[in-house]
Design a protein around this ligand. Structure first.
Ligand code: SF4
Ligand code: SF4
Length: 139
């Protein structure tokens, strides 16, 4: 999750750091920066391609997902974590581990055990911005 740093609700100080923090806060309030809060987004958990699986798994992850009783599917020779139907923006299917609503309160049900592809995906990256655009969230 990417968050804009705050100052814990304190008044602006006289130091350079405080001034920068408050400038960034003003930018955010005026819509010039985006708060990439994954727990209010979920865009990258939607499968835009509408396939039977979404997240690519390593051999170890495949075993781990199966131990958690999650579906693993084979698609064009790749092993993927399965999908489920999705009602909402961005596509008709989403990752089976996604909970909640895109653009609202949401979470990954297996967050501590999520695949490496999800761990490596960075909030605020180009892929993140693309996913957010697909569901109509600001970038
Ligand atoms: S698209 Fe970006 S902000 Fe949204 S959940 Fe994924 S990483 Fe987080
Ligand atoms: S495993 Fe979790 S973080 Fe990865 S796509 Fe599925 S719901 Fe999203």
């Amino acid at each position: 999750m990417y968050r804009i740093s705050g100052n814990g609700g304190r008044s602006p100080g006289t130091g350079r750091e405080d001034t920068q923090t408050w400038r960034r806060r003003e930018d955010w309030l005026e819509g010039r920066l985006t708060d990439y809060d994954c727990q209010r987004c979920g865009a990258c958990c939607v499968d835009y391609f509408g396939t039977t699986g979404y997240i690519q798994l390593t051999a170890d992850e495949k075993t781990r997902m199966r131990r958690m009783s999650l579906p693993v599917v084979v698609w064009h020779g790749q092993e993927l974590l399965g999908n489920r139907p999705h009602v909402g923006p961005g596509g008709e299917t989403c990752c089976v581990a996604f909970t909640g609503e895109v653009g609202s309160h949401c979470a990954c049900a297996i967050h501590p055990d999520r695949p490496s592809a999800c761990r490596e995906f960075e909030a605020g990256s180009e892929g993140c911005k693309f996913a957010r655009m697909e569901v109509g969230l600001p970038v």
